[in-house]
Write a protein that binds this ligand. Structure first.
Ligand code: COA
Length: 243
């Protein structure tokens, strides 16, 4: 456990729990630093990542006390946007399990993950303009990719909050499960992904996020996978009835 995170490592996954009970898990500089450390570990040894929040909140945004003191130069450093881009580029899939508020930077952190699941109490929103700032760590474009321009603009410009059912209906979250089962369901999802070929998962994620070079990237990735022992072993197992 580090200062603002509880980090649990297993052979096939890392589970990170955001934990700043005094500030509804708001993302401060220490948490940014510690999340970068988790990214470094996962880049070195690729594993699945599950991110959740402690105490019935995912994260109530960036830390407003710190934001208040930041100026132009800190904005240009992209403190949160670079972290969330790094998380989005992690080699293997990432899942956010959201109970309670995911607001501002907390919502943007979930948008940077590959899959979100939620408890009925989950609430997604980007109230940044109400604080006189822009949601600059991915919401303006990732949310649009996830739910479309119309809903994204309602969230970004009109302060619309998406509750769990709305988020599910819009495809932002994969499923809504009772809070007490949220982590269990998240782990089942990771179990399912962990059964796939790790290189196949990694290349599928890379290609799915590749900027417009299809089908060239798809063919190149498939060329790598077609030569892998893992592919042959998995197909042999299927063909010999061992499934
Ligand atoms: N940054 C810093 N501190 C925060 C915070 C944030 N983003 N969000 C909550 N906190 C702190 C509160 O200041 C409060 O501290 P205190 O106990 O010392 O007064 C504590 O966390 C509990 O928050 P509180 O507002 O009392 O809890 P609540 O359950 O009534 O409301 C929220 C929860 C999430 C609705 C509310 O805290 C909120 O609106 N937070 C800000 C959300 C936001 O604008 N995020 C975007 C930031 S870019």
């Amino acid at each position: 456990m580090s200062g603002t995170l509880v980090v649990e490592e297993a052979a096939d996954r890392v589970v990170v729990t955001l934990r700043r009970p005094e500030a509804r898990n708001a993302i401060n500089a220490a948490m940014v630093r510690e999340l970068h450390e988790v990214c470094a570990v996962l880049e070195e040894q690729p594993r699945l990542l599950l991110i959740t929040g402690d105490g019935g909140t995912f994260a109530a945004g960036a830390d407003i006390g710190e934001l208040r003191e930041r100026g132009r130069d800190q904005a240009l450093q992209g403190i949160n946007s670079r972290l969330f881009d790094r998380i989005a580029r992690l080699p293997l899939p990432t899942v956010a399990a959201v109970d309670g508020y995911a607001l501002g930077g907390g919502a943007e952190l979930t948008y940077a993950c590959d899959i979100r699941i939620a408890s009925p109490a989950a609430v997604f929103g980007n109230p940044e303009p109400g604080l006189g700032i822009l949601a600059a760590a991915g919401a303006t474009w990732r949310l649009r990719e996830l739910v479309g321009a119309s809903v994204a603009k309602q969230v970004l410009l009109a302060g619309r909050r998406l509750d769990a059912e709305e988020a599910h209906r819009l495809g932002l979250v994969a499923e809504v499960v009772p809070a007490g089962e949220l982590l269990k369901r998240a782990h089942s999802l990771l179990d399912r992904m962990a059964r796939s070929g790790p290189l196949a998962l990694r290349l599928t994620k890379l290609v799915a996020d590749a900027p417009g070079a299809h089908p060239l990237t798809d063919d190149l990735a498939q060329a790598i996978l077609f030569e892998s022992d893992d592919k042959r072993a998995r197909m042999d197992a299927f063909l010999s009835g061992g499934r």
